[in-house]
Design a protein around this ligand. Sequence first.
Ligand code: G6P
Length: 611
Amino acid sequence: MCGIVGYIGNRDAYPVLIKGLKRLEYRGYDSAGVALLNGDTTIYKKKGKVSELEAYVRGKETLSTIGIGHTRWATHGKPSDLNAHPHQSEKGLFTIIHNGIIENYSVLKKTLMDQGMKFYSETDTEVLANLIEYIYTSEDISVEVAVSLALQKVVGAYGLLVISREDPNLMIAARRSSPLVIGLGSNEYFIASDATPIVEYTDRVIYLNNDDIALIRRDELVLKNLVSESTKVNIKTLDMSISEMEKQGYEHYMLKEIFEQPRSIMDTFRGRINSETNEIRLGGLLDVKDQLVNAKRIVVIACGTSWHAGLVGEYLIEDLARIPVEVEYASEFRYRNPMIGPDDVVLAISQSGETADTLAAIQLAREAGALVLGICNVAGSSISRETHAGVYTHAGIEIGVASTKAFTAQVTVLTMMAIMIGKEKGLLSEKRFSQLLKELNDVPGQIEKILELNEEFKHIAEMYKDASNALYLGRGVSFPVALEGALKLKEISYIHAEGYPAAEMKHGPIALIDEKMPVVFIATKDSSYEKIVSNIQEVKARNGVVIAIVTEGDSIIKEIADHVIEIPKSDESLVSLTAVVPLQLIAYHIALMRGCNVDQPRNLAKSVTVE
Ligand code: G6P
């Protein structure tokens, strides 16, 4: 949420910043801006996309070798040129970009206004810029000390970059609960809110920890904590390539990521399942395996699509491993007084590894003494570092705001965990275990077959693109798939869509059914097949329109539904991995036909680092 990029070195800073902002645009796209320091500070900022900023700057002076850039997802103050970052302090001494929320900004603002300071934007960031300047001008101190004294007064979250004409060869980066990565070049540094703008320049990076302040000069990087004590620099190597971040011929990142799923799922289980030796080995869990296998309860915490993956995990773990599972929205869990303690295993699921509510829930679970495990996609992310142990999904970078391949990768990890625990507990016979491994191995090939039906999905999308509402229904492990299908449609096409357990339909949603509203059923051949056929009949009896995802060869539903989408037969436990794919593609095509921006849907952001 909000992208931050900074450069200090000997290159022309502006092209590095603008390219970096384009890479980061998936994090927020209300407005964008840059500040370039060359004796004085020049700021260019604009409401709208990075391309609008670029057009605005074209032909203007950009000479500088130190600069900062920002792409915004609005929190305080609506998107406008004025509220766009960077923000400058009143006298122009300090210029900052900021990700996060300064919670005590109104108190600070009032204090500064009482001292006669003026404010021009509605943002909390301008308050911080003025606070730094106020402290700096009130005392005889360095830029660095003024920044750390100001940050000591701040309540809330920040990832920020500060430049100052008072010390024009210095860039300050600071972090609390909002990520920052520093890429190390030769006499140059690249700073960003995630590694995507850095990877083309260097693979040596430092992830800042909470309350770290980095003092960055061309030839020196010093890490300190808030009270100016030096802290240890821990250099990591990035495992990411530029080509991963390109569209590779696809019209949108979302489409590319949907089509990548056969490979991303394979990458998730590669080296972890061995069908010859009949083993599942999740390296990140080896040290905690006994505690996991003997857990009395597992509590999943997550948000958005990751929460849906958690619901699939609940079915799988309870069914295959017989451990009770509760799935909680991280944002709810953290604000009540949850019953959690040392006997619990808490499992945090997150694509980005940076979701603020999930991070706060992890903190709470750790304080309560629970073992906290993570399932994350982004290596080195905050969640992967804050959990006791965990498993990376290895799905590759996901840029489309609507999550697709991250979901199937998360479900793949949860499937492996459930099977592994089930086997360790002696609940799965060798035969059942090998069958599940074989079935999991078959999933990428099955998804390939489903992707071949893309034209069919386009045809269905064409028929229902003008709907105002849609209902998605499933039972058992297909219920979370229904939720995820509905979420995909509403996120990117802005059609109101709801996911429901099919049996619950008669307790409410049935009242909505008419000949205009598409009702999507996940109705594959499983233990509740007959029941779901009855639910379809109930919709048809009320003149509803039914699109059904069925198992290849199904002849019963074909007779009653308006459209059937046939997917390959798989084990009931694994069906969510395949059944979700048509729903992703139908949502994609509908959004495209409605003229929506598929990769950057309105008001949403890829990584929600505010609470
Ligand atoms: C945002 C994204 C969703 C994502 C959710 C949780 O809402 O737009 O796609 O599912 O955050 O994010 P996480 O990174 O924790 O999985």
